[in-house]
Design a protein around this ligand. Structure first.
Ligand code: ADP
Ligand code: NI
Length: 208
């Protein structure tokens, strides 16, 4: 099968698996990661086809989203085989998919793996990253913010993860984009606290 046809079939496969995900791991997350993976790969003179394919597929089998990870990987391998993707390419893609998640803390071995990880991390920051964080936090029953306690809130997640991501980019193109998104998040937090604390400043209420 031609590369364009493989990409088209993979896009449809991803749409079927993720179109209704409400946690920030929806089809459009995969589409943005695929887009940025290709763009960064071109800038790095890496393999844009592998990077884009792995971008589309990077969240298949993720333990947060799938009850049976191994079954999801097996199904993906069968699907790629049906598209006549060669065994070596299938192994390369699976290795990338298994190694990119932030929570797993691994450094992907290949440049294409590092590129997909950068693209995934870009989508966790900036305006879209902020939206995904609150969607994910709501799904987990987390508070938006708690000024009284050091608990796991969506705002706390900025400090636990989001504000650290721009320091860990591997590629030049992702670094440029991450710097801009990082600055946007800092502005966002300033505005957030300003609005949140407006009632506080008026001093009209006792919280407890
Ligand atoms: P990955 O993209 O590798 O699956 P995560 O599961 O950590 O990585 O992140 C998925 C999305 O959910 C990101 O946008 C991330 O910021 C958000 N997220 C992860 N953990 C939390 C949390 N405890 N609170 C709010 N958002 C979170
Ligand atoms: Ni992702």
């Amino acid at each position: 099968m031609e590369k364009e046809d493989v990409l088209c079939s993979v896009r449809k496969y991803v749409y079927e698996q993720f179109s209704s995900d409400p946690t920030g791991h929806d089809y459009y997350h995969m589409k943005r990661v695929a887009h940025w993976a290709k763009e960064i790969a071109l800038d790095e003179e890496a393999d844009p086809y592998t990077a884009e394919l792995a971008g589309w597929l990077h969240d298949v089998g993720d333990t947060k989203l799938y009850d049976d990870t191994e079954a999801a990987y097996r199904e993906l391998i069968d699907f790629l085989t049906s598209l006549e993707v060669e065994a070596q390419k299938r192994r390369e893609l699976l290795t990338i998919i298994k190694s990119i998640s932030f929570s797993k803390g691994q450094i992907p071995a290949t440049i294409e793996g590092k590129i997909v990880q950068d693209a995934d991390r870009l989508d966790a920051i900036g305006a879209v990253g902020i939206a995904r964080t609150f969607a994910f936090g709501g799904m987990r029953n987390q508070l938006i913010y708690d000024e009284a306690a050091d608990s796991l809130t969506s705002i706390q997640h900025f400090y636990d993860k989001l504000l650290k991501l721009s320091d860990g980019m591997y590629t030049r193109r992702a670094q440029i984009e991450a710097n801009q998104r990082h600055a946007f998040m800092e502005n966002y937090l300033n505005q957030f606290y300003s609005e949140w604390n407006s009632a506080e400043r008026a001093g009209e209420h006792n919280d407890k």
